[in-house]
Design a binder for this molecule. Structure first.
Ligand SMILES: NC(=O)c1ccc[n+]([C@@H]2O[C@H](COP(=O)([O-])OP(=O)(O)OC[C@H]3O[C@@H](n4cnc5c(N)ncnc54)[C@H](O)[C@@H]3O)[C@@H](O)[C@H]2O)c1
Length: 326
């Protein structure tokens, strides 16, 4: 019985595939490689193909005797989703519907889905728990809310799902040989790394007049290997008969941009050039998770702190300045 990992050649998918492999589980990745890397998977089986292609998905299900799925495959750039909504709805929403249809035809009824804290938009306050109203502010965030909804509505078909709402995924594998592609993301940690390695001249702090202790925005940074572990726990929960669930995956700790800069300088021993720029429209002042539910139901908690996030990301970029080969 094999675990199918869609988007397995991407950042979080490859770390999760590696963890499952290290645990002795059978895994197979399905990825178009449009935004992923074969090298990220090392010797893990990879099928190059699209989640929306029922022939490919069906063939993988039969060949590998797939029992459960972790569904990472999606486009994830918020700005791009605003300029290219059709592409985003088609790949992220229609693709997920097609995937689930094929899975059900092959009697695969357990799925863990990559959702996002972006579904909360600007929450009324933080920590934010799963009962907070959903206010997606981009096509990307709406895609996540739509797929969560769709999965929940498939319960009567016997599908059981765990939708994990990630906060800010960051960091890299401890080996220093797997990590995030900094060319494809505007997230804070990769941008910090670009500045440290001279790709960008300066880090811009978007606003230091927010109602937070030091005026800069607060987010919840989760180490990618802790995230991977949350997926394993979600799979085990479903395998032991757990009912469908939506849960935050965050540390519960808010970190401001200025705190992150200070930790980066302390961990790397290097100065991080930065300057304050204006606020970005739509940036909430503070968003961090209430992780009570995931602790209680899945027994998951983050075990790595911000220092490990920064040191592992630094190691990855130092050892692989050009990332993975295409
Ligand atoms: N990185 C974050 O901070 C974050 C936060 C919240 C949610 N997420 C979600 O987690 C998931 C994984 O994110 P990531 O950071 O690893 O992204 P990523 O872009 O590194 O990985 C996504 C992978 O999916 C593949 N893919 C895309 N569409 C596909 C399709 N139709 N068929 C097969 N493969 C396809 C891409 O080639 C890529 O390898 C995404 O769904 C993303 O929206 C990420």
């Amino acid at each position: 019985m094999t675990i199918l990992i869609t988007g397995g050649a991407g950042y979080i998918g490859s770390h999760t595939a590696r963890l499952l492999q290290e645990m002795g589980r059978d895994v197979v990745a399905l990825d178009t490689l449009e935004r992923g890397y074969r090298d990220a998977l090392d010797d893990i089986d990879l099928v190059e193909g699209d989640i929306a292609d029922p022939r490919v998905v069906g063939k993988v299900c039969r060949k590998y005797d797939v029992a459960s799925v972790i569904h990472f495959a999606a486009y994830k750039a918020v700005g791009e989703s605003v300029s290219e909504p059709l592409r985003y709805y088609k790949n992220n929403v229609s693709g997920s519907i097609s995937l689930v249809e094929t899975l059900l035809e092959h009697d695969v009824r357990q799925i863990v889905f990559s959702s996002s804290a972006a579904v909360y938009g600007t929450p009324d306050g933080s920590p934010v728990n799963e009962d907070a109203p959903l206010r997606p502010q981009s096509p990307y965030a709406q895609n996540k809310a739509d797929v969560e909804h769709f999965l929940a509505s498939c319960d009567p078909l016997g599908l059981r799902s765990v939708s994990l709402r990630y906060f800010n995924a960051a960091g890299a594998h401890e080996s220093g040989d797997m990590g995030e592609d900094w060319s494809a993301t505007a997230n804070l940690v990769p941008v910090v790394m670009k500045v440290l390695f001279g790709i960008e001249p300066m880090l811009e702090i978007f606003g230091d007049d927010y109602p937070t202790a030091d005026g800069s925005c607060i987010r919840d940074y989760v180490h990618v290997d802790d995230l991977a572990d949350a997926h394993v726990k979600a799979l085990d929960y479903l395998a032991s008969g757990g009912t469908s669930l939506v849960a935050n995956v965050g540390t519960g700790q808010g970190t401001s941009v200025k705190q992150l800069i200070a930790v980066t300088e302390s961990v790397t021993g290097r100065q991080l050039p930065h300057r304050v720029a204006g606020r970005r429209p739509g940036d909430p002042a503070a968003v961090f998770a209430d992780p009570t539910l995931i602790r209680a139901v899945l027994g998951w908690r983050a075990t790595r702190d911000l220092r490990e996030i920064i040191s592992s990301a630094y190691r990855w970029h130092e050892r692989h300045p050009d990332g993975y080969d295409r």
